[in-house]
Design a protein around this ligand. Structure first.
Ligand code: ZN
Length: 436
């Protein structure tokens, strides 16, 4: 085994035997490393940590080349890159694996320092491409595999501090070698949920490798923008939902849960955070408010119109500005029925999820100002009030028509709607009386 390893070392790096010397050592009679046989230098490298090797790689050009050869050997790659990513024994072991990949990021950042970006990426990719757990649709234990997360921290460490142009290059390079755009095209052109395995693979790859490792929101925004910008708005909405929408326990994206069921806050939180992130593109370099409203409108009818409570919950989580923008754009287009229903469910969500009821009251006041004539204002107020009783009646009918046990949820929803209505009107009357 040892013999084979050394042979492969020699075969791989041309600097193996003679030319290892530093610039300062060249000035002396003979450099220390120059006098070492490659086998001995390899033995020294084996004793060093990944971080130590990374520092060592910056000693001189010759050492740098030697180390690039050293990390290219199959033996080193088997030992350092091909780790077991499945079923780590404990969270501590998980952290160890991620730390190891962070160190590898530093090593490859330092040892490829002298190469142009494209060659750097090619060199690195050639070392990592054989790991099945780093490649979409090749790991047998995904999800639950640490491969993408490890690749993510590696990549993040490698390119931390690179300028935008270089990051664009990295994205293009990844697209070319992972075939990501092709895979995305397949799912955005098919029916939602039809290729659920591929949907999940794309979500896991994009989230773990490109989006989640970043701590700075600007970085995440940059990468999310790269992924979405390749596509027209309808596909962007679809892709955003695949990346951040609720995930079912069986690993499928919860498309149909948005239509029939009521999705809890925790299932929509990631999606809301992603929408907020795009909305905070302050310079509106890539995302104007109109584009975002378009995406939200498209998303909430995928694959068909969502249950209004789900839309309302997403808007509540997205916060005041986004919620107002969606409602105001519907008000401008005089979509009275849509707004009324949405406001009723905003009130319902605030009651169920424990948000302050003065919030929907203020929202209603703000929206009322969007209507210019007193006739429209009156239609709006009347619409919301009628919708409150209409939604209550709908729930009542479901309860009367159905099985008592199955309709427990609807019964609870009706109770909370009645409470919500009472709290909402209390707040409204109080606000009115306070003015006197
Ligand atoms: Zn795996």
């Amino acid at each position: 085994m040892t013999h084979k390893y050394h042979r492969s070392c020699k075969a791989h790096h041309p600097y193996a035997s003679r030319t290892v010397s530093t610039r300062s050592q060249c000035r002396t009679v003979q450099g220390f490393f120059d006098r070492l046989p490659a086998e001995v230098l390899d033995m020294i490298l084996e004793c060093l940590s990944v971080m130590d090797i990374s520092v060592f790689s910056m000693v001189s050009k010759a050492i740098n080349s030697y180390i690039m050869g050293y990390v290219s050997t199959q033996a080193w790659r088997n030992r350092m890159i091909m780790l077991k990513f499945h079923h780590p024994a404990s969270p501590t072991q998980e952290d160890c694996i991620l730390d190891h990949y962070r160190s590898l990021g530093v090593l490859f950042k330092r040892c490829t320092l002298l190469l142009p970006t494209k060659d750097r990426l090619k060199f690195i990719y050639s070392k990592f491409s054989q790991v099945p757990c780093f490649t979409m649709e090749r790991c047998t234990s995904s999800p639950g595999c640490l491969g993408f997360s490890s690749y993510g921290v590696f990549l993040q460490t490698l390119i931390a501090g690179w300028d935008e142009l270089e990051c664009h290059r990295v994205f293009n390079f990844l697209c070319e070698f992972t075939n990501l755009p092709r895979k995305i095209e397949t799912i955005v052109n098919g029916k939602p949920g039809a290729s659920h395995r591929l949907e999940l693979q794309i979500r896991l790859f994009c989230r773990n490798v490109l989006l989640d490792p970043w701590e700075n929101r600007r970085d995440t925004l940059f990468w999310l923008t790269r992924i979405l910008k390749l596509w027209p708005m309808v596909s962007q909405a679809r892709l955003l939902f695949i990346l951040y929408g609720p995930l079912l326990p069986d690993g499928k994206i919860g498309w149909h849960e948005m239509l029939d069921g009521v999705v809890a806050q925790c299932g929509l939180w990631d999606l809301a955070k992603a929408v907020i992130l795009l909305y905070t593109d302050i310079e509106a370099k890539d995302w104007s408010a109109d584009t975002l409203l378009g995406i939200i409108e498209e998303m909430t009818v995928l694959p068909e119109a969502w249950h209004t409570e789900n839309t309302a919950r997403l808007l509540v989580l997205c916060g005041n500005n986004i919620c107002y923008s969606v409602l105001a754009s519907r008000a401008v287009n005089r979509r009275f029925l849509d707004i009324s229903r949405l406001i009723v469910f905003l009130i319902q969500v605030c009651e169920k999820d424990g948000f302050c009821m003065s919030w929907p009251v203020k929202m209603m006041q703000q929206i009322c100002r969007v209507f210019l004539t007193s006739e429209d204002k009156w239609s709006f107020v009347k619409g919301v009030e009628s919708m409150l009783s209409e939604v209550a009646m709908e729930m009542y009918e479901v309860i009367m028509a159905g099985d008592r046990n199955e309709d427990m949820d609807t019964f609870q929803s009706l109770c909370s709607l009645l409470n919500a209505s009472s709290h909402f009107h209390t707040e409204m009357v109080y606000m009115f009386l306070k003015k006197d």
